[in-house]
Design a binder for this molecule. Structure first.
Ligand SMILES: [Zn+2]
Length: 411
């Protein structure tokens, strides 16, 4: 089939006016001008005055927390937020997590995401929730060893067994040691080893808060004080969180450092050297009131930076206003905080950079021959640069194609 639109933004080449994408099966065969492709047509979907872009890649989410939207007001300290989250989780039933996950997946679909890297706190939801969404889901199984009844070996064996049991042609799973403060050096080291052996992705929350940096560098602060009775804090007092990860062998191209808000100059260089990616979540960042995201520091060092929504448990909500998971809203927040970064670069962070972070470069995140046929359409506006139109888009997408099948059919 051929999909035609007023403008196509392939991301791997300049914008194409009156563009078209030739799709065969679940892949893209060709991208070009309509007049060059029209003779090849079988079935034609003319989207008219629309901009077509690669399906967005959300590199960090917690779908199972979606229905916690508005439940936790912006906290005084990061540890207060974690405590509030733990209290809600303890009250929730399996079906509440499941409904929440599916609700979140529906929000992402409407707002242009076609691939999501999701942290799974309730891995029992898999694979049923995969079957409940057309999204490509990279499920990263959360592992926490602080306060766990189980040994590190058992925690890892359970996650590995779960990953091995999951079969899907589209979605796949990896590991997420939750964070440095909620795990141990041993858990991180073993995770890195087993992921390396099996070619799995690994994602960890890293240097998210000032309290985390204080805990690991200075053995002080509210996170250190709260955890000292629950965790062997002998790894605290010298190294930064990124230096800790480097010590445990975590930093590799298959590693996604989520947040990396409080990092040293040398940390950015280490992340770049190891080809690890950083996921920035602009609205969650705003909610916690963190210091400015070190975008320039990381970009100058050559780190691959991508964007994620995080969960709605850490997105500010206004009374009576629905809050949604949306990569467009993340791009808009990022644009407000980083006016020097072009709309094209911002869209790259939500497409090709995310693809690279997930080990899917060339397969998703760009409209190019051989890639999966993942694309979304949104209303065209003649007034502005097409990249700007996409970044500032406030409407739901008008069509979404995932692996050659319409997940949202064009009207
Ligand atoms: Zn997170």
């Amino acid at each position: 089939m051929i999909v035609r639109a007023r403008v196509v933004l392939p991301m791997s080449q300049p914008p194409i006016e009156d563009g078209a994408i030739h799709v065969s099966g679940n892949k893209i065969l060709k991208v070009g001008r309509w007049r060059d492709l029209e003779s090849e047509a079988g079935l034609i979907f003319d989207l008219g005055d629309a901009i077509v872009v690669p399906g967005l890649v959300n590199a960090h989410c917690h779908l199972d927390y979606t229905n916690m939207a508005g439940m936790i007001s912006p906290p005084k300290s990061f540890s207060d937020w974690i405590k509030a989250l733990i209290a809600i989780k303890a009250q929730w039933s399996y079906s509440e997590f499941s409904q929440s996950w599916i609700n979140g997946a529906q929000m992402l679909l409407r707002t242009g995401t076609t691939t999501v890297a999701d942290i799974e706190a309730v891995p029992e939801l898999l694979p049923e929730v995969w079957d409940a969404t057309p999204l490509r889901v990279v499920s990263l199984l959360e592992m926490i060893s602080v306060k766990s009844r189980h040994s590190t070996a058992k925690i890892i064996a359970e996650a590995a067994g779960k990953i091995a049991s999951l079969k899907s042609t589209k979605s796949f799973a990896g590991l997420s040691p939750h964070a440095l403060y909620s795990t141990s050096p041993e858990l991180l080291k073993r995770s890195a080893e087993i992921a390396q052996e099996n070619n799995w992705l690994v994602s960890t929350h890293v240097a998210e808060s000032r309290e985390e940096l204080e805990m690991f560098q200075q053995r002080s602060g509210s996170l250190f004080d709260w955890l000292k009775s629950q965790r062997d804090n002998s790894d605290c007092g010298t190294l930064s969180p990124v230096e800790q990860l480097e010590d445990q062998g975590m930093l590799r191209p298959n590693f996604l450092a989520v947040h990396a808000n409080y990092i040293l100059h040398s940390d950015a260089e280490t992340l770049a050297k190891r080809e690890s990616s950083v996921v920035h979540c602009p609205r969650s960042h705003e909610y916690f009131g963190h210091q400015k995201f070190p975008q320039k520091l990381l970009a100058d060092a050559g780190v691959n930076i991508c964007l994620g929504t995080d969960s709605l448990a850490s997105v500010a909500s206004k009374p009576k206003k629905a809050v949604a998971l949306s990569m467009f809203l993340e791009m808009q927040q990022f644009a407000r905080n980083n006016p020097d970064v072009s709309a094209e670069k911002i869209l790259q962070m939500s497409t090709s950079n995310g693809a690279r972070a997930l080990g899917l470069a060339g397969k998703i995140g760009a409209l190019s021959a051989g890639a999966f046929a993942d694309l979304v359409a949104l209303p065209f506006s003649a007034a502005t640069d097409p990249y700007e139109t996409v970044v500032q888009n406030r409407a739901d997408v008008t069509a979404s194609l995932i692996e050659g099948a319409w997940a949202i059919s064009p009207a």
